[in-house]
Design a protein. Structure first.
Lengths: 502, 148
């Protein structure tokens, strides 16, 4: 009963014409961004952040979220047609999607991914509806020590999935946290690390960091590869429907993919890429049609797509109930909320039920839009891929400039964005991935706050983090995760067996 | 090969310096407080210290087996830098729309095979879209064209 009344609240928020329109704009833009290789959902959300300041918080979040999960739908289109993943999480879809396209079954593959994505997303939303209130209630028991430990867990998880190793990921997290300390200390009012620059007193703005690290530096990477356009295949409407046998073969993979995806989405820091990889790996293990994998098996498309879309939805659970972002894009979303004066955390659902449930209901609408739109629009996306990409990147640069300038009305911020863009590019050259840095930057100030509060409550005893069972458990999990990724178990076991034989 | 691996040490070294700078800055300029009531310097000192240690480990690892540095595309970087700089320079002098057009031209010039007529077309197109979306649509307080 409670659920129904909550959904009614959500419907009242989500079904207004304005919110429906922005939901539509969001998912449409998201698909567009997802289709284009090189520009990810992260850059897109970063670019739309300034625009969202001019909107109502619920509307802004509905649109940003739409971009985020819309990109997951779009990402698979480029994977299937061109063997180039539109988003990192759809790179697994290339393995079986592209062979399907080569066999002339591109339409079937695209149809299957759309439906699988829809299935996964709805599954994820249902998990979110049932889990979030419980988790929020549980999180009310949290004390500062637990909050600190949850954030440690999130940051470690974020650095583990970083592509250049845990160590480099952790270093970027630390750098992000340190950058977050610049500005006025909220406890004492002292300024920190401003070097006498007045603009730094309020700290570095999230918009500047995000646009620089992800917008500007991504364009720098992609700009000159922009000369070629991609030739896709022609698609005809009647080729897109899978056969009944294929539908039946796809159901269980979709269900397994959604379950796996939902699980990985809720873990802070992991996100959709891990979800889709695990989804594919598991499917390959359990499927009765193992031999077809890699040669155009429909299961190999359905499972990872269901997984990454489910994960895209469940990633909102830790973000909204604990205030811990599930991925970098979620960190930006969190930043958007905070700029609107809403503190994400266990009280969010109770304090802003219209926002939370409105967002949940908008997910249902958005995914429905995506399903209904994408199938007839597949032809349009294919044509879009043929447009030379050199039109895109100069436009993106301007969107970033105008966006940053529009938020603060200050050109100093535009220069600062450029500086962060160059920093991001240089760090990439040296094999440091900027994503964990952004998560550190967003979580850092909160982490410090909880750390200091926990120490105050324990009268200066740092053992509080290990004495409180909740906090101890979270820290143990963090350390365990780190050990698993650092210790080369394969090497050790190989050595062990070698010794046994000799 | 040797020169390349030397350059690749720069990454961890930069991080090491950043960690040291924050940790030292915290000790030198900020109040550390006590364990019970931590001052503004305590947390930066802690995290800066962690970063320094991690960077040192990373440096040692990198000396043992260097990770290659990615290929840099200076023209692309320059194209983007000039684009943003041009925008920031001309906006207060000419207004947002002319600055936009010039910036698009500047960034577009870095892309080979992008013919001049198309570059100019794109510059005008983007300027008009900025006007429609940001000035007309969202009503942002921009000076569209100075003197108009």
């Amino acid at each position: 009963m409670d659920l129904l009344s909550n959904l009614a609240i959500g419907l009242a928020t989500a079904a207004t014409p304005v919110n429906l329109m922005y939901c539509f704009i969001g998912v449409f833009l998201g698909t567009f961004i997802g289709v284009l290789p090189g520009v990810g959902p992260l850059a897109a959300v970063a670019m739309l952040l300034p625009v969202s300041f001019y909107l109502d918080p619920a509307t802004a979040l509905v649109m940003l979220a739409g971009v985020y999960y819309g990109a997951e739908y779009g990402g698979s289109i480029a994977s299937i047609l061109l063997n180039i993943p539109g988003t990192p999480s759809s790179s697994v879809t290339c393995i079986d999607g592209y062979p399907m396209a080569q066999q002339g079954r591109a339409g079937v593959a695209l149809f299957a991914t759309s439906v699988a994505s829809f299935f996964g997303a709805i599954f994820g939303v249902i998990v979110m509806i049932s889990l979030s209130p419980l988790l929020a209630e549980f999180a009310l028991l949290f004390q500062p020590a637990e909050y600190f430990s949850v954030m440690v867990l999130g940051l470690i998880a974020a650095s583990i999935v970083s592509s250049f190793g845990v160590l480099r990921g952790l270093m970027m997290v630390c750098l992000g946290v340190l950058l977050g300390t610049i500005g006025v200390d909220i406890n004492t009012g002292d300024t920190r690390f401003t070097m006498g620059i007045a603009e730094l007193r309020d700290g570095i703005s999230l918009v500047v960091v995000a646009m620089g690290l992800f917008g500007i530096s991504e364009v720098m990477v992609a700009l000159r590869g922009a000369t070629q356009s991609y030739a896709g295949q022609n698609l005809r409407g009647r080729d897109i429907y899978p056969s009944w046998a294929e539908c039946r073969r796809s159901f269980m993979p979709a269900l397994r993919g959604s379950t796996i995806g939902s699980f990985f989405g809720t873990l802070p820091g992991t996100g959709q890429t891990v979800a889709s990889f695990v989804g594919y790996a598991v499917e390959k293990k359990v499927s009765p049609n193992k031999v077809e994998f890699g040669k155009g098996a429909i299961e190999g498309v359905v499972a990872p797509e269901a997984a990454n879309n489910a994960a895209a939805q469940t990633a909102f659970i830790p973000t909204l109930t604990l205030g811990i972002p599930g991925s970098t894009t979620m960190a930006l979303m969190l930043g958007a909320l905070m700029i609107h004066g809403i503190t994400p955390g266990p009280r969010l659902i109770a304090d802003h039920p219209d926002l939370f449930w409105g967002l949940v209901v908008s997910f249902l609408f958005g995914n429905f839009f995506l399903l209904v739109l994408n199938i007839p629009l597949i032809g349009l996306w294919v044509r879009l891929l043929r447009v030379p990409h050199y039109y895109l990147y100069p436009t993106v640069v301007i969107m970033i400039c105008v966006g940053v300038y529009g938020v603060s009305n200050s050109l100093t911020d535009v220069w600062a964005t450029l500086a962060f863009g160059i920093l991001g590019y240089v760090l990439r050259l040296f094999r440091f991935e900027p994503a964990p840095m952004l998560i550190g930057f967003v979580l850092g100030p909160m982490m410090e706050e909880y750390f200091r509060r926990a120490m105050l409550l324990s009268r200066g005893d740092p053992m509080v983090f290990l004495e409180r069972p909740g906090s101890a458990a979270l820290l143990t999990i963090s350390v365990g995760m780190m050990l698993i990724s650092v210790i080369p178990f394969k090497k050790i076991s190989a050595n062990f067996f070698k010794r046994l034989r000799i | 090969m040797r020169g390349k691996s030397l350059i690749s040490h720069l990454g961890p070294i930069i991080m090491l310096l950043a960690g040291l700078a924050f940790a030292w800055g915290a000790v030198a300029t900020l109040d550390l407080g006590t364990f019970r009531r931590m001052g503004p310097g305590a947390f930066p000192l802690l995290v800066g210290g962690v970063l320094t240690v991690l960077a040192a480990i990373c440096l040692v690892q990198n000396i043992r087996s260097p990770i290659g540095v990615g290929p840099a595309d200076y023209i692309a970087v320059l194209g983007v830098i000039v684009g943003v700089a041009v925008f920031a320079f001309f906006t207060p002098r000419l207004g947002v729309l002319p600055a936009t057009a010039i910036a698009v031209l500047a960034t577009g010039s870095a892309i080979p095979d992008f013919k001049w007529p198309y570059r100019i077309m794109l510059a005008f197109g983007v300027a008009i879209s900025v006007w429609l979306i940001f000035v007309k649509g969202l009503g942002m307080p921009f000076v569209a064209i100075k003197g108009l």
